[in-house]
Design a protein around this ligand. Structure first.
Ligand SMILES: Nc1ncnc2c1ncn2[C@@H]1O[C@H](COP(=O)(O)OP(=O)(O)O)[C@@H](O)[C@H]1O
Ligand SMILES: [Mg+2]
Length: 403
C-alpha cells in the first residue's frame, strides 16, 4: 500500500515519494485511548510517541478512541495528551470527526464521518500503531479487526495478544512451555456465582500448600494494577474467606474472571523483548527492577502513575550476571511460548533461591519515554525515537494474513 492511489481510488498526499534517495514517507495511524480502564495511560503513551515520530518520514494520522469506543480523528497535538497534576488525559467525541477503520482488503481507506457531511475517504495507511492497553486494544480484538482488512500493525497478533492479556491462559501456556509461574487459582464468573465457598476453599488450600499467608487477587484481563489487592490471610478461616471475598468482588469490578496467586517474596524484575528487522531472532534488553518504597505493599496504580516517590525503577537492575541472564532467557522463552510479535515486556519475580517466575507478559507495555520498556531499551542502546521507528519497520515488513 505504498503507491499514490489506494485500492479504493483515493489520492494520498506525500505518498511513495522518494526525494534525494531518502526512504519514502509512510503513513501511520497512531491509535490510542480506548475502552479499557487504562484509557488515560494510553493517551499519555500516545503523547510520547507523537512527540518522537519524525514527521519527515511519517505522515501521522492520530486516531483517539473514546471510552465509549468511538474512533475520532484528533489533532496532532501531543501537548493535549500529557499527564498534568495527576489528571489523566482522555479522548472525547467532540475532539474531532468520527473515523471508521478500514473495512476489507479491497476497502483499505479510513473513512471520516464529520457531522452533517457525506463520509469522506481519508486514504489507506501503511501501518497502524495501536498504543492501547487492556481489553479492546491489547487483547487481540483490535488486532482481529485489522487482520480482516489486511492492515499492517505494530505488535502481537490475535492469539498472542489474547493469551498475554489473560493472566490465566498465559500461565497455562507458559507452564506448558516449561516457563515457571507461581501457584494460582482461577475464579471464573460461573464458578464464583455457583460455588463461592468452594472457590474460596480452593484458594485457602493452594495458599496452605505453598505455606503462604499472603495472596494477590487480580482481574484476569486488566492492567495498571487496577482491581489488584494484596490480601494478608487472617488465621481463622471465616475471616480469611471474608477478606478474600471482598478482594474478589473488587477484582470483579474490572473482569468477571479473577485470578488469585500466592504472593512471592521475590524481587520484581522486568525485561524488554524486541524483534529484529529482517527476521533475526528476537533480542532481550538489559533487566530493570521495580521496587516500591517503604510503606507501600506493592506496585499499585498510584505508585505507577501518580506518586513519583512511591517507586524506584532501576535500570539496569543491580543483579549479578547470572540472574540477569536467567531473566533475559526467561523473557525470550515467554515471548516465543506465547507467539508474540514485535515487542513485549516480560515481568518476573526472582525468588530468594534464584528461581525466575513469570508474573505477566505485556504485549503493549507502558511506552512514555520514562516508562520501563523504553528505558530498558535506552540502556540497551536503542533510543526512544529509534525504538518507535524499529517497531514501525518491523510491522511494515511483516506479512499480512496467516504467518
Ligand atoms: N504473586 C505476586 N506476588 C507478589 N507481588 C505481586 C504478585 N502479583 C502481583 N504482584 C504485585 O502487584 C502488581 C500488579 O500485579 P500485575 O499482575 O502485574 O497486574 P497488572 O497487569 O495490573 O500490572 C505487580 O507489579 C506486583 O507489585
Ligand atoms: Mg504488571
Amino acid at each position: 500500500m505504498t503507491s499514490g492511489t489506494t485500492a479504493d481510488g483515493v489520492e494520498r498526499v506525500g505518498d511513495g515519494a522518494t526525494s534525494g534517495g531518502r526512504p519514502p514517507r509512510r503513513r501511520v495511524a497512531v491509535v490510542f485511548g480506548g475502552r479499557s480502564s487504562e484509557h488515560g495511560i494510553s493517551c499519555v503513551t500516545a503523547a510520547g510517541v507523537l512527540t518522537a515520530l519524525d514527521r519527515d518520514r511519517w505522515d501521522v494520522v492520530p486516531v483517539g478512541i473514546t471510552p465509549e469506543g468511538r474512533w475520532v480523528l484528533v489533532d496532532d497535538d501531543p501537548g493535549r495528551l500529557a499527564l498534568v497534576d495527576g489528571t489523566l488525559p482522555s479522548v472525547d467525541a467532540a475532539d474531532g470527526p468520527g473515523v471508521l477503520a478500514p473495512r476489507s482488503p479491497v476497502e483499505p481507506s479510513l473513512t471520516v464521518l464529520a457531522d452533517g457531511e457525506v463520509p469522506r475517504a481519508l486514504g489507506a495507511v501503511d501501518v497502524v500503531l495501536p498504543l492501547l492497553h487492556g481489553p479492546f486494544g491489547e487483547d487481540g480484538t483490535l488486532q482481529g479487526m485489522l487482520e480482516l482488512s489486511d492492515t499492517r500493525y505494530v505488535g502481537s497478533g490475535v492469539l498472542a495478544s489474547a493469551l498475554a492479556m489473560d493472566k490465566h491462559y498465559a500461565k497455562v501456556v507458559l507452564a506448558a512451555a516449561g516457563v515457571e509461574v507461581g501457584p494460582w487459582v482461577v475464579l471464573t464468573d460461573r464458578a464464583w456465582r455457583e460455588d463461592p465457598a468452594g472457590r474460596l476453599d480452593a484458594v485457602l488450600a493452594t495458599a496452605a500448600d505453598a505455606g503462604a499467608s499472603v495472596v494477590f487477587v487480580k482481574p484476569c484481563r486488566a492492567g495498571s494494577s487496577m482491581g489488584v489487592s494484596r490480601v494478608v490471610l487472617p488465621d481463622d478461616a471465616a475471616s480469611a474467606r471474608s477478606a478474600l471475598a471482598a478482594a474478589v468482588e473488587a477484582a470483579r469490578e474490572h473482569d468477571p474472571k479473577v485470578l488469585v496467586e500466592v504472593a512471592t517474596p521475590g524481587r520484581e524484575l522486568e525485561c524488554g523483548v524486541l524483534e529484529v528487522p529482517g527476521g533475526g531472532a528476537p533480542e532481550a534488553s538489559v533487566v530493570g527492577e521495580v521496587a516500591v518504597t517503604d510503606g507501600r505493599a506493592f506496585y499499585d496504580f498510584e505508585a505507577k502513575y501518580l506518586d513519583p516517590h512511591a517507586v524506584a525503577l532501576t535500570c539496569p537492575a543491580d543483579v549479578d550476571d547470572a540472574t540477569a541472564e536467567a531473566v533475559r532467557a526467561t523473557a525470550l522463552r515467554s515471548f516465543e511460548a506465547l507467539g508474540c510479535e514485535g515487542l513485549a515486556r516480560v515481568d518476573v519475580f526472582v525468588e530468594p533461591d534464584g528461581r525466575v517466575l513469570v508474573n505477566e507478559v505485556n504485549t503493549m507495555p507502558g511506552f512514555t519515554p520514562s516508562s520501563m520498556f523504553p528505558r530498558l531499551w535506552e540502556a540497551s542502546g536503542v533510543g526512544y525515537p529509534q525504538l518507535v521507528d524499529r517497531l514501525l519497520e518491523l510491522a511494515l515488513e511483516r506479512r499480512t494474513g496467516l504467518r
